[in-house]
Design a protein around this ligand. Structure first.
Ligand SMILES: [Zn+2]
Length: 253
């Protein structure tokens, strides 16, 4: 794992722990360089402080904040535009600068549905794919550092079979027809990470986001699940794979 780099791009503080906390903890323990870019919430806010503690638990360095406002919470970045409203050109340039600084082999972000549909997540997914490609061109954003081409982007998702089995566990029945569900068909999963050994660290990092725990937000689903289902979700991470080099040797896992 000599000089292997892993960069996660997330919309909000807490997503780094919920969606990619196992990968971050595991790769850090294996000696990789790990980092997280968070698109919303500004320096000095409560949630930026919580992010700092979460990243310390996961071994992912200091926060890298783009500092834009959450789509639904103007107080997340007073006086700054919503992440969704920032000109794409500006946001790509700022993310390219982080990619060229971290020089990751692999970039992680949400799947195309934003893992469960939040508009900031969908936007972060699109921004990450655009920036991961742009970062490799010396003609683009020359002021943002030396070109760097990540070898693959992995998109955090959940196999549909797992989503359906947890739906049944919580609601006692199959999802209704037409229900928009998170996740992708099982045969589209490109990587499965067993992170059971890091589930405790991941859970601790999630709880560093005290204001969200208090609100019940990201933990609502997990805490409502029966213990075996919660352990399954905390101990496993699934990703779709997008290759940028055709280099099949660089894989997550
Ligand atoms: Zn989020």
């Amino acid at each position: 794992m000599a000089d292997f780099g892993l960069l996660c791009v997330h919309a909000h503080p807490d997503d780094e722990a919920v969606w990619t906390g196992g990968a971050l903890a595991r790769y850090a323990d294996e000696g990789a360089r790990t980092a997280v870019v968070t698109c919303t919430w500004a320096e000095g806010t409560v949630r930026a402080g919580e992010l700092e503690r979460s990243l310390a638990i996961l071994g992912a360095g200091e926060p890298r904040l783009l500092g834009y406002a959450d789509a639904r919470k103007p107080e997340s970045a007073p006086g700054r535009p919503r992440f969704l409203d920032v000109p794409l050109e500006e946001a790509i340039g700022r993310l390219v600068a982080h990619i060229r600084d971290v020089r990751p082999d692999i970039v992680l972000t949400y799947d195309g549905y934003g893992s469960y549909g939040h508009p900031d997540h969908v936007h972060a997914h699109r921004l990450t794919l655009a920036a991961a490609e742009a970062a490799g061109y010396d003609q683009l954003y020359p002021e943002a550092g030396q070109p760097w081409r990540p070898r693959a982007v992995y998109l955090a998702t959940i196999p549909r079979s797992v989503v359906v089995s947890h739906w049944r566990a919580v609601f006692g029945d199959d999802p209704p027809a037409g229900q928009a569900l998170p996740g992708v068909p099982d045969d589209q999963i490109g990587a499965h990470l067993d992170v059971a050994a890091w589930a405790g660290r991941k859970w601790a990092a999630m709880h560093a986001h005290e204001s969200e725990v208090g609100r019940g937000a990201s933990m609502t689903l997990l805490t409502s699940l029966p213990e075996p289902a919660r352990a399954q979700l905390l101990g496993n991470e699934w990703y779709r794979r997008v290759s940028y080099t055709g280099d099949a040797e660089v894989t997550l896992g």
